[in-house]
Design a protein around this ligand. Structure first.
Ligand SMILES: [Cu+2]
Length: 379
């Protein structure tokens, strides 16, 4: 019995050590130990400062417990000297933790203040990020660009993200760059972010928001200033014309007939930004008024979808095979989507054939700006 307990404890310790080692891997795309922006850097430094103080406390306290356990373990049947209370000792072990808490609190409070100060709006890029069950909408009001699940940023630029939610609580977090701040319905929060190096970063909803919460992710693509400008230009460029009778063109007709009530696909047009804001609002209102039977819901903007890296909010690589699977049955990739519950193509009488699904997928992947551009995506 004793042996069994020992081996269970041993296995438990080994498993904990394994988890500890895995968690320390700074190569992981969501590791906070490899910061790429001032906010994440500040948070990491604060964590390390607190961590090392905790390590010292741990060693002293656990060392003391082990020392006393062995030194005063039962050696014979003699009753040891019985004492009660020690004023000096009790005052000491009350004051020392209080001092430690103050030492940790000072940089913590300073860091909280520092992250709350927003840069001047005139010198910053202002972005609206809206949380939906279970995807992210990104709007660039000054640039009049709207996209979903992939946030494009220029490097070394102060960015103010205005955070909102259209349904329940979500939380916006890019572990290597900044966060996390809650996205609250009927309330706007702000987050200051800045990325110091071009590259691809991972984002994640960090507040439980329903059945697909863990699958509510996004990507952040940080560009050099020139590439960022190219991306903006591309977002205002129409896609190439489709050859009549091609699979893509057939897919376009099917998409317009079945999907375009919820998914906007042409926000490259002039004035499209304001139109999209109104459309999303109306879709949302209609769904809110009749959650069971509403024919429309607010949905990710699919302008230049062919340039996206992932589908289903950062869950699968964006390619033909995955996109077909997604359209066939979204629940298999991400359970609970409103698309599955509300789009008419999922009702028996309107079901699409495999060929039609294939055509829609090909059409969506063809949605790319037509003109040659020098923009290089950091895939
Ligand atoms: Cu969530």
């Amino acid at each position: 019995m004793y042996k069994r307990i020992k081996s269970i404890i041993g296995l438990g310790l080994m498993f904990s050590l394994l988890l500890f080692v895995i968690a320390c891997n700074s190569d992981s795309p969501q590791s906070t130990f490899d910061p790429h922006g001032p906010i994440a850097e500040l948070q990491k430094n604060l964590f390390m400062f607190t961590f090392w103080i905790a390590v010292v406390v741990f060693i002293i306290v656990e060392g003391g417990i082990l020392y006393l356990t062995f030194k005063y373990r039962k050696k014979d049947d003699k009753l040891p000297v019985q004492t009660h209370g020690n004023l000096k000792l009790e005052i000491t072990w009350t004051i020392i933790p209080a001092i430690i808490v103050v030492i940790i609190a000072i940089p913590t409070v300073l860091a909280i203040w520092e992250t709350q100060v927003m840069p001047e709006e005139e010198d910053s890029l202002v972005i609206e990020a809206v949380g939906h069950q279970w995807w992210f909408e990104f709007k660039y009001p000054t640039e009049e660009v709207v996209t979903a699940n992939e946030l494009h940023l220029p490097e070394d630029k102060d960015v103010i993200v205005n955070l909102r939610s259209q349904d329940v609580l979500h939380s916006f977090w890019i572990p290597k760059i900044a966060g996390k701040v809650d996205m609250v319905p009927n309330h706007e929060n702000q987050l200051y972010i800045k990325a110091d190096e071009p590259g691809l970063y991972y984002g994640q909803c960090a507040e439980f928001c329903g059945i697909a919460h863990a699958m509510m992710r996004f990507r952040v693509i940080v560009h050099t200033p020139e590439n960022y400008q190219n991306w903006l230009d591309e977002m205002r460029t129409p896609p190439a014309k489709l050859a009549s009778g091609s699979d893509e063109d057939e897919g376009r007709k099917l998409f317009v007939g079945n999907c375009s009530m919820c998914h906007t696909y042409d926000s490259y047009k002039k004035g499209a930004y304001t139109k999209e804001i109104t459309s999303q609002y109306n879709r949302w209102e209609e769904w809110k008024n009749d959650k069971e039977n509403s024919a429309i819901v607010s949905a990710p903007n699919l302008t230049h979808y062919g340039n996206r890296i992932t589908l289903a909010a950062g869950i699968k690589e964006n390619n033909l095979e995955n996109l077909i699977k997604w359209i066939e049955n979204p629940d298999e990739i991400k359970i609970g989507t409103r698309m599955k519950n509300h789009a008419s193509i999922y009702r028996d009488e309107n079901e699409l054939s495999n060929e039609q699904i294939n055509q829609i997928a090909k059409y969506l992947l063809s949605l790319k700006p037509s003109q040659e551009s020098s923009a290089t995506y950091n895939k």
